[in-house]
Write a protein that binds this ligand. Structure first.
Ligand code: SF4
Length: 700
């Protein structure tokens, strides 16, 4: 029997055609009917059936690492949360969620914490992925709205990839770009990235800028557009505000291409070529990802890019727009339900009393949170400081993935109550759990996810839950009932949750909010089962979804005009020093996912890279007497990382190192990247500065 479902790894959100065999195993191939991938899958997606089975799964609830019944575990969680809240108030508890959760799981957890417990301490590992892009969109558009579709990558005449190694991290989108370039050789591709990555194989031009100079490079472009008569004055006049301030700030930063080139440490001719291409091409998509977001100035980086699109009116039509690509499969679904500490629900936030009142009335929630909660890094600092005394972590492994992992583990050790829901049994975070709750995993769950082009797709259950695993939405609802909120958490099926989420999106929404899927507010189980992928908004006026936003030049700001944001020069916080002379860049590799809790179960996914490594420039290797393949040690006062040297001729800039984010003690005692990074975040978005650490380097 075949069922169509969705890949649980990256934000591309590929459709998967799963063949459920009589033997109880499954086979996978790409879903040819899914408009995001048209049958393509990458290596990770095509190995999905290799990571299933009971091995390594968390099979029963545990208290103090001893098996207990579900009833006992749920009672323990609810009673201890209630006691903590009664003794220390609602802000003494927190949830830390994951972009791996389904929208329905996210919705129920967010509703419980914000609506009924009365705290906004709900954050997510999506904070590490795209929160700067969210903040940038909200500043510019008044809403967290991704304007583009994947098909725009194929319609563009100039593709600008900034801080993105799409060939490894969004492989199916890279395949689509590659096919588009073959079909249209006139398509120019520019890659802006300090490293020469596999993505550069597609590039007509690679600009290896100095790390964290993205906003300056795009401010220089804004000034160039103005000076070369390439502005769209009509668009600026009719649909935007604040242009003069943004241009003035750009002019204060730079007076020539040469000055930008010097600041960004790039070749002036290459920069000039890029600027001329951008100014001369109508259909431009700027595709940006974690290299832009994971920065002290991640929000400014986003707005510097958006400024250039607004100045040329290159948004809202085929083949054009500033396109942030999320890393995780459901980072966007989490945003839709409000699963970030600075959001409320349905793309409403805490900025107005009216929004809080609206959500409170819809949920019939007497105790709704009134102010923003703690963002990821702040949250674990508050746990260590003792102000947050109970945390429930769902589907993520912060003991590995957050910066300054020693601080995170110290916080978890100290926290009076740590609850962890996970489908796997041996993540580092589980070691610190007082209560472990076995959750269903991919192939067992039913629900929806939203990918990077706003497309909502179904994940479908293919197999029965393993052991005593339960769905996350069910677990949270059962705890909510035991906490005294039974009436608001009566869900029997994820379709009911999706319908409520859809109804909230349309509640008192007269076109003033971007996120609206109210067409599904009465969806029944059968229609939910047959749900076809669709891009929001989905309303009575747009029943088949919406491929492109802002085509009419109207935005979600109070004036309906898009806002330019003046950008000022800023410097990364983690600057190299004499003792820590190397700049540290971090990221994913092609065939692994996050902390490898799931992808690490497929032996074939280790064929590409099988151990922690450090990429470095050959001049640095000579200076440090390091040969290719030798073990090297990166050190920081917070911790060390050991990996095998990969000496690069020119792919890596001098004085800069790259390490993968995945390894941890479950797979190797040597290389945990998070140990090296400091707890530095973008002051607006709260996203960690994970692309600009500092370390020393030595042969082991
Ligand atoms: Fe899965 Fe992403 Fe690969 Fe698609 S590109 S198969 S969503 S990991």
């Amino acid at each position: 029997m075949h069922k169509m479902t969705t890949c649980p790894y990256c934000g591309v959100g590929c459709g998967v055609d799963a063949d459920i065999l009589d033997s109880g195993s499954i086979g996978v191939k790409g879903d040819k009917s899914h408009p995001s991938n048209f049958g393509r899958l990458c290596v990770k997606g095509s190995a999905l059936h290799e990571v299933l089975g009971a091995d390594g799964r968390l099979l029963t609830p545990l208290i103090n690492h001893r098996p207990v019944s579900w009833d006992h575990a749920l009672e323990e969680v609810s009673s201890r949360f209630l006691r903590t809240i009664s003794e220390h108030g609602p802000d003494s508890v927190a949830f830390y969620l994951s972009g791996q959760l389904l929208t329905e799981d996210y919705y129920v957890a967010n509703k419980l914490m914000k609506g009924f417990i009365g705290s906004a301490n709900v954050d997510t590992n999506s904070r590490l992925c795209m929160s700067s892009a969210v903040a940038g969109y909200k500043r510019a558009f008044g809403s967290d709205t991704v304007p583009c579709s994947y098909e725009d990558l194929e319609k563009a005449e100039l593709l600008v990839l900034v801080g993105s190694n799409a060939a490894w991290n969004h492989p199916v989108l890279y395949q689509r770009m590659n096919a588009a370039k073959k079909k249209n050789p006139a398509l120019n591709v520019v890659v802006i990235d300090p490293r020469r990555t596999a993505t550069c194989d597609l590039a007509d031009l690679h600009i290896a800028l100095k790390p964290s100079t993205d906003s300056e490079l795009f401010s220089g472009l804004l000034r160039f557009l103005a000076d070369s008569d390439a502005l769209n004055e009509t668009y600026i006049d009719q649909y935007t505000e604040g242009f003069e301030g943004a241009l003035e700030a750009a002019r204060q930063q730079f007076d020539s291409i040469a000055s930008v080139a010097e600041y960004c440490d790039v070749d002036e001719d290459s920069l000039s070529t890029f600027y001329h291409w951008f100014s001369a091409t109508d259909k431009v998509v700027t595709f940006y990802s974690q290299g832009v977001n994971q920065s002290f100035s991640g929000t400014d980086n986003s707005n510097a890019i958006i400024n250039c699109h607004l100045a040329t009116g290159r948004i809202g039509f085929e083949g054009a727009g500033p396109f942030s690509i999320t890393g995780q499969p459901n980072a966007m679904g989490g945003r839709e339900v409000g699963g970030l500490a600075n959001q409320l629900a349905a793309h409403l936030d805490f900025s107005t009393e009216a929004s809080i009142d609206l959500v409170s009335r819809f949920w019939k929630a007497p105790n709704i949170a009134k102010t923003e909660g703690l963002k990821a890094v702040e949250l674990f600092q508050a746990i260590e400081a003792g102000t947050v005394k109970a945390v429930w972590i769902m589907g993520t492994n912060p003991a590995v993935s957050l910066p300054n992992t020693h601080q995170v583990t110290a916080a978890l050790e100290k926290c009076p109550l740590v609850v962890v829901s996970d489908c796997m049994a041996s993540t580092e975070t589980l070691k610190y759990a007082d209560v472990c709750l076995p959750a269903t995993g991919w192939s067992e769950k039913d629900g929806t996810v939203t990918n990077a082009e706003r497309r909502i797709s179904r994940q479908r259950s293919l197999l029965a839950p393993t052991g005593e695993a339960r769905h996350d939405w069910w677990i949270v609802s059962e705890v909510a009932k035991r906490m005294g909120f039974a009436e608001a958490f009566t869900y029997q099926h994820p379709a009911e949750i999706f319908a409520e989420h859809a109804a909230l999106s349309g509640f008192e929404n007269e076109g003033t909010r971007d996120f609206d899927i109210s067409l599904y507010k009465d969806i029944d189980i059968q229609t939910y089962d047959n749900f076809k992928p669709v891009q929001w908004p989905v309303t009575a006026a747009a029943p088949y979804g919406t491929a492109r936003m802002f085509s009419d030049g109207r935005f979600f700001t109070p004036t309906t005009r898009a806002r330019f944001v003046p950008i000022h020069t800023s410097s990364p916080v983690q600057q190299v020093t004499e003792a820590l002379p190397y700049l540290l860049n971090t990221g994913r590799i092609r065939d692994q996912w996050h902390t490898m809790a799931v992808s690490g179960r497929a032996p074939r996914l280790f064929q590409h890279r099988d151990e922690p490594f450090v990429e470095l420039h050959q001049a640095d290797a000579i200076k440090e007497h390091i040969s290719d393949g030798e073990l090297v040690k990166l050190s920081h006062p917070q911790g060390d990382y050991i990996g095998r040297a990969r000496v690069m001729a020119s792919e890596q800039r001098r004085g800069e190192l790259f390490v993968p984010m995945h390894w941890n003690s479950e797979f190797s005692a040597l290389g945990k990247m998070g140990a090296l990074l400091e707890s530095v975040t973008d002051p607006i978005s709260g996203q960690p500065e994970s692309k600009h650490g500092r370390v020393s380097l030595a042969k082991l």
